[in-house]
Design a protein around this ligand. Structure first.
Ligand code: ATP
Length: 953
C-alpha cells in the first residue's frame, strides 16, 4: 500500500502502458469541456437570434388616410364578403404568431447535462476509467446519458402540456363581415377585416384606425411605455417611431378605455409583435420560487456531499488502510448515493401534472408560482354576478312611478307576461311600461331571436334578459331597432355604471336612453314619468321600493330617457349628468350557483374566509350572500363607506366585513392591500379592464375566462374558464395537493439517498467491503427511485385536505416532521440492507451475491415505502391506501420486471456486477423490506394520536 497519494498517482500515470489511457482521458475531458462550450455557444446564438428583428419596417399605413387604406386593402367599413375572407385566409394564413420558439431541442438536450452533479459524475467516470474500471465507467456514462434523455423527453412533455394549456385561452375578436357584426376566433382574421374594439380588449392584429372614441391603448408590450396612448384617426408623419403612430393599434396591446373600429393591415407573423421574435419566444420557465429554492439547496447539498465524500476517502485511505482504488470507488459511491439526482426532474413533473389537473378542472394557470401560492390562500375575494351566481338573469319585477309589475316566465325567450296586483295585464295598456321596455331593447347590445322554435342569444346576460322582457311586453326587436336607429353609444363600464344610446327616428327626432345602476341614475334624474306626464322625481318613493326588491335578492337596474337630441350626433357623459327623466326600475333574479354554496362552505371549513365584492346594491348583495352562507359579523360595507375610511381604518374593518357592495375597481385594490397588510394571502377575482391593478396586486389574481376582458386575463395569475367560484375553490384544493405531492416526493426520495449513503459510511467505518457499488447506486437512484417517485405526482388529494388550515407561506418545505421521517426511514433502510448484506457474507456467499441481495433489499424497501409515502400522516392500511393510485401499482409492476432483469439477465449482471440469486433468497429480502411498511404506519399513528388537533381558525 502506498500512503503517499501524489507519488502514487505520479508513478502510476507515468508508466508507458497507461499512455493510451491518457489519450482516452484527454478525450473525455475534451468531451466535457466541449459539451459545456457547445451549450454556452448555442445559448448565445439563441439570444442573438431572438434579439434581432426578422425584417425591416413595412408599409407606412399610419401615414395614409383611412380611405386610402381601405382602397389599398380592397376593403370597406361593412366588412369583407365570406368568399373574399376564405381567399385571403389561403393567401395570408392564420392570424397566429409564429410558434413560440422555446429553447431549441439541442439546447434543451445539452441543458440536461449542464448541472453540477452530472459534471461530478462525468469526472467520476473518467477517474473510474483511469483506474481500470472500464465497465463501471461505461455504465456511469450510459446512465448519465439515459437519465439526460429521460429528462429531455419529460421536460419536453411538461413544456408542451403547459403550452397547450396556455393555448386554451384563445383570443376572440369582434368583426364586421358581410355587413354583420360577428364574434370570431382572432386567428381567423385577415388583412382587410374590420375589427371593433372596446376597453379591456386585446388588439388581435395590427389595425389602421377608422373610428375612435376616447380610445386609449396600453402599448407597453411593444414600446415599454406603461402609460396608455391616446389614439386618433388622422394620419401621422411617415417617419415617426412606433410609439407615436397614434393612428394605429398594434397586435398584442391592450385597450385601456374607449372604443374604436379599425381595419386589419397586418396579421400573424407580419404584425409588429410577430417581427419581434424575442417577445414571442418568451416562454415561461418551468420553475417556481420553491423549485428555485430547492435548486439552490441542491447546489449546497452537492458541495457538502462532495466534502463528506472526500472526508470518507481520506479516512478510509489513511486511517483504515483501504486500497486507494477501492476507497475512491467508495467515495464516488457515497457522492452518487447521497445526491438526490432525480429530485429536480420529479419536482418539475409533479408541478406540471398539477397544472394539467387544474386545467382539467377549469382553472388555467398563467404563472406557475401561483400553484404554490394557492395552497396558502387565506382569503378569497369573489365577484358576485356569474361567479357566485348563475348569471342566468330573468327580469322578475318592473317598477314605474305609479305601478309595480311582476314578470312571469323564466329563460331567454318570450314566454311569460306581466302581472299587476296579481292580475295578468297587457303591457301595451301601460305607456310608461311600454316606453321602458323600448328603452331596455334599444339601449342594449345583445341579440335574441327565434328560428324554428330555437332561441339564439348573444351578449351580456343582463341585456339578454332585458330583451326577453321587451318581447314579453309585445315589442319586436328588429323592427324597433330599425325604426329608431342608433346614432351613438356610451358603453357600460363598471366605473361609471351606466350605458347610454342616442337614437334618431327617420324624421330626425332624437333622444337618449340610459340604463344603469339605480343609485347612479337617481343622481342624474330630475324628473320621473307619471303616465303621459313628467313629474318631479320622488326619490324617497324609489329608494323605498328598490330596497324592498333588493332585499329579495333582485339585481336592480334603472332606465331613463333624455329628450331633445334632434341635432345631436354624438354623446358625451357630461351632458347626461343631469336633466334625465326616470322611466322605472327593473329587478332581475339571478340565483346563487348551488355548487358555489357548497364551495363556500368547503372554503370556510378549510380556514379560508370568502368575501364578496360586488358592484351591486347593498341589499341585493346581503340577500344573495345570506343564501350563500357568507355573511360576516360586520354587515355590508358600501363603496362610498370604503372611501370615507382611512387605510388604517379599512385595515381594522376589513376583517369583520364579508360583503362589499357598490364597489369599484379602486375599492378592490384598497381592499386587497388592506387584507395583505393584515397578513392575509389573497385570491381575488375580476373581469373588467380596471380590475387589472387589483388582480396584479392580489397573491392569486383570478380572471374570468368567459366574461373577463383580455386586460384582466393578462394581469391575472389564473383564469377560470367557466367563471365559477367552485372552480376557484377546486384550484385551491389542487394547489394544496400539488404542494403535498411535492412533499411526498421529497419524503420518498431523500431516505433512499441517505439510506444508501449511510450504508456506505457504515461499511467504511466498520472496515467492510462496499455493500453497493457506485454503478449499482446509480441504477437505484436514476432508474428505480425515479420510476417510483414519479407516481406520487399523480396522487389524488388527501381526504381531509380542506379540513386543514391554509399553509403558512413562511413554513419551510422540510418541516421537523419530514426531517424526522426521512431520518427514521433512512435508518430502517440502513439496518435492513446492511444487515442482510453482512448476513449473506457470514453465510460465506460471494461479495457479488451479497451485493445483489443488498440492492434488491433497498429496491423492495422502496416499493413498500412508496405505499407509506402516499399519505404524509394518514394511514394507508385500507383498500384505498393500497389501490388508490393506479400509477403506483403500474410502476411497482414495471419495477419488479426491471429488478428481475437486473438480477437474472447476463448482460445486466455483467454491467452492474450482480449475480442470479436463488428463488428462496427473495423471502428474507421481502420480509425485511416489508418491515418499513408497519413501522412507518405505527409512527404515523403515534403522530396522529399525540399531535395537538389543529382546527382551522
Ligand atoms: P359583480 O361585480 O359581482 O359582478 P355586478 O355585475 O352587479 O356585480 P357590475 O357589473 O359592476 O357589477 O354592475 C354594477 C351595476 O351596474 C349593476 O348592479 C347594474 O345595476 C348595472 N349594470 C350591469 N350591467 C349593465 C349593463 N349592461 N348596462 C347598464 N347597467 C348595467
Amino acid at each position: 500500500m502506498d500512503n503517499n497519494l501524489f507519488d502514487f498517482v505520479y508513478r502510476y500515470l507515468s508508466q508507458p502502458q497507461v499512455w493510451p489511457w491518457w489519450v482516452m482521458s484527454a478525450s473525455i475531458v475534451l468531451g466535457i469541456v466541449s459539451a459545456w462550450a457547445t451549450w454556452q455557444v448555442l445559448q448565445w446564438r439563441q439570444t442573438q437570434r431572438e434579439s434581432q428583428p426578422k425584417r425591416a419596417a413595412k408599409k407606412a399605413w399610419h401615414a395614409l388616410d383611412p380611405e386610402q387604406v381601405l382602397v389599398k386593402l380592397n376593403a370597406s367599413e361593412s366588412g369583407l364578403a365570406p368568399a373574399e375572407v376564405s381567399k385571403r385566409q389561403r393567401r395570408y394564413g392564420l392570424n397566429r404568431l409564429p410558434e413560440s420558439k422555446s429553447r431549441s431541442a439541442i439546447l434543451r438536450f445539452f441543458g440536461q447535462f449542464h448541472n453540477l452533479l452530472i459534471y461530478v459524475l462525468l469526472i467520476a467516470a473518467l477517474i473510474t476509467y483511469l483506474i481500470g474500471h472500464i465497465v463501471d465507467s461505461a455504465v456511469i456514462v450510459g446512465v448519465v446519458l439515459i437519465n439526460g434523455l429521460i429528462g429531455f423527453i419529460q421536460e419536453g412533455k411538461a413544456e408542451n402540456a403547459l403550452r397547450a394549456i396556455r393555448n386554451m385561452l384563445s383570443l376572440q375578436a369582434t368583426v364586421m363581415r358581410g355587413g354583420k357584426q360577428l364574434s370570431i376566433a382572432a386567428e381567423q382574421l385577415v388583412p382587410g377585416d374590420i375589427v371593433l374594439l372596446q376597453s379591456g380588449d386585446k388588439v388581435p392584429a395590427d389595425l389602421r384606425l377608422l373610428k375612435c372614441r376616447n380610445f386609449r391603448v396600453q402599448e407597453a408590450v411593444l414600446t415599454g411605455e406603461s402609460l396608455p396612448v391616446e389614439k386618433q384617426v388622422e394620419a401621422v408623419e411617415r417617419r415617426v417611431e412606433l410609439g407615436d403612430r397614434v393612428s394605429m393599434a398594434y397586435s398584442g396591446t391592450l385597450v385601456s378605455s374607449g372604443q374604436a373600429t379599425g381595419v386589419v393591415v397586418a396579421s400573424g407573423g407580419d404584425t409588429e409583435i410577430g417581427l419581434i421574435s424575442a417577445l414571442v419566444a418568451q416562454v415561461e420557465t418551468l420553475t417556481t420560487p420553491l423549485l428555485k429554492q430547492l435548486a439552490h439547496f441542491g447546489r449546497w447539498l452537492t458541495a457538502a456531499i462532495l466534502l463528506l465524500a472526500t472526508g470518507t476517502f481520506l479516512f478510509g485511505f489513511f486511517y483504515r488502510g483501504y486500497p486507494m482504488t477501492e476507497m475512491f470507488m467508495a467515495a464516488v459511491g457515497l457522492a452518487v448515493a447521497a445526491i438526490p439526482e432525480g429530485l429536480p426532474a420529479i419536482m418539475t413533473i409533479t408541478l406540471a401534472i398539477g397544472v394539467q389537473r387544474m386545467a382539467d378542472r377549469h382553472a388555467i394557470i398563467r404563472r406557475l408560482p401561483a400553484v404554490e401560492t394557492l395552497g396558502s390562500v387565506t382569503v378569497i375575494c369573489s365577484d358576485k354576478t356569474g361567479t357566485l351566481t348563475r348569471n342566468e338573469m330573468t327580469v322578475g319585477s318592473v317598477l314605474t312611478a305609479e305601478q309595480s309589475f311582476s314578470v312571469s316566465g323564466v329563460g331567454y325567450n318570450s314566454d311569460g307576461g306581466f302581472q299587476c296586483q296579481q292580475q295578468a295585464v297587457e303591457a301595451r295598456n301601460f305607456p310608461v311600461l311600454q316606453e321602458l321596455a323600448r328603452a331596455a331593447l334599444l339601449c342594449n347590445d345583445a341579440v335574441l331571436h327565434e328560428t324554428n322554435g330555437e332561441w339564439t342569444l348573444q351578449g351580456d346576460p343582463t341585456e339578454v334578459a332585458l330583451l326577453a322582457m321587451a318581447l314579453k311586453a309585445g315589442l319586436k326587436i328588429m323592427p324597433e331597432r330599425e325604426k329608431w336607429p342608433r346614432t351613438d353609444v356610451i358603453p357600460f363600464e363598471s366605473e361609471h355604471r351606466f350605458m347610454a344610446t342616442l337614437h334618431h327616428d327617420h324624421a330626425g327626432q332624437g333622444f337618449t336612453y340610459i340604463k344603469g345602476a339605480p343609485e347612479r341614475l337617481l343622481e342624474m334624474c330630475t324628473k320621473q314619468r307619471n303616465g303621459a306626464e313628467d313629474g318631479a322625481l320622488d326619490r324617497d318613493y324609489w329608494l323605498e321600493q328598490m330596497q324592498a326588491l333588493a332585499q329579495q335578492g333582485q339585481r336592480l337596474l334603472a332606465i331613463a330617457i333624455k329628450e331633445g337630441g334632434d341635432g345631436l350626433r354624438s354623446l358625451e357623459s357630461d351632458d347626461l349628468e343631469s336633466g334625465l327623466t326616470l322611466l322605472g326600475v327593473v329587478g332581475m333574479i339571478d340565483p346563487p350557483r348551488s355548487e358555489a354554496i357548497a364551495a363556500v362552505r368547503q372554503c370556510q371549513q378549510a380556514g379560508i374566509v370568502v368575501k364578496m365584492i360586488t358592484g351591486d346594491h347593498a341589499d341585493t348583495a346581503a340577500a344573495i350572500s345570506s343564501q350563500l352562507g357568507l355573511n360576516g359579523q360586520g354587515g355590508v360595507l358600501a363603496g362610498h363607506q370604503i372611501e370615507d375610511l382611512s387605510d388604517a381604518e379599512l385595515r381594522r374593518t376589513v376583517g369583520e366585513v364579508n360583503i362589499f357592495a357598490r364597489s369599484s375597481p379602486e375599492h378592490k385594490l384598497r381592499l386587497v392591500k388592506a387584507l395583505q397588510a393584515n397578513g392575509h394571502v389573497v385570491a381575488m377575482t375580476g373581469d373588467g379592464v380596471n380590475d387589472a391593478p387589483a388582480l396584479k396586486r392580489a397573491d392569486v389574481g383570478t380572471a374570468m375566462g368567459q366574461k373577463g376582458t383580455e386586460a384582466a386575463k393578462e394581469a391575472a395569475e389564473m383564469v377560470l374558464t367557466d367563471d365559477n367560484f367552485a372552480s376557484l375553490a377546486q384550484a385551491v384544493v389542487e394547489g394544496r395537493t400539488v404542494y403535498d405531492n411535492l412533499k411526498k416526493s421529497i419524503l420518498f426520495i431523500l431516505p433512499t439517498s441517505i439510506g444508501e449513503a449511510l450504508v456506505i459510511i457504515a461499511a467504511v467505518m466498520l472496515g467492510e467491503q462496499l455493500p453497493i457499488t457506485p454503478v449499482q447506486i446509480l441504477w437505484i437512484n436514476m432508474i428505480t427511485t425515479v420510476t417510483l417517485a414519479l407516481t406520487l405526482g399523480f396522487e389524488p388529494s388527501e381526504e381531509g385536505i380542506m379540513l386543514r388550515p391554509p399553509r403558512n407561506p413562511d413554513e419551510p418545505l422540510l418541516t421537523p416532521l419530514l426531517v424526522w421521517r426521512i431520518l427514521f426511514v433512512s435508518l430502517i433502510m440502513l439496518c435492513g440492507a446492511f444487515g442482510l448484506f453482512l448476513w449473506e457474507k457470514w453465510q460465506g456467499e460471494t461479495i457479488e451475491h451479497a451485493r445483489t441481495v443488498a440492492i434488491n433489499t433497498i429496491v423492495m424497501f422502496e416499493i413498500f415505502y412508496l405505499f407509506n409515502s402516499r399519505k404524509i400522516e394518514a394511514s394507508i392500511v385500507n383498500w384505498r391506501g393500497v389501490t388508490g393510485n393506479r400509477y403506483v401499482l403500474l410502476a411497482v409492476a414495471i419495477l419488479i420486471v426491471f429488478q428481475l432483469a437486473f438480477t437474472y439477465l447476463d448482460a445486466l449482471n455483467h454491467l452492474f456486477g450482480t449475480v442470479a440469486i436463488d428463488a428462496e433468497q427473495w423471502l428474507p429480502i421481502i420480509l425485511i423490506a416489508f418491515t418499513v411498511l408497519p413501522l412507518v404506519e405505527i409512527e404515523k399513528l403515534l403522530i396522529r394520536v399525540f399531535k395537538k388537533p389543529r382546527r382551522p381558525t
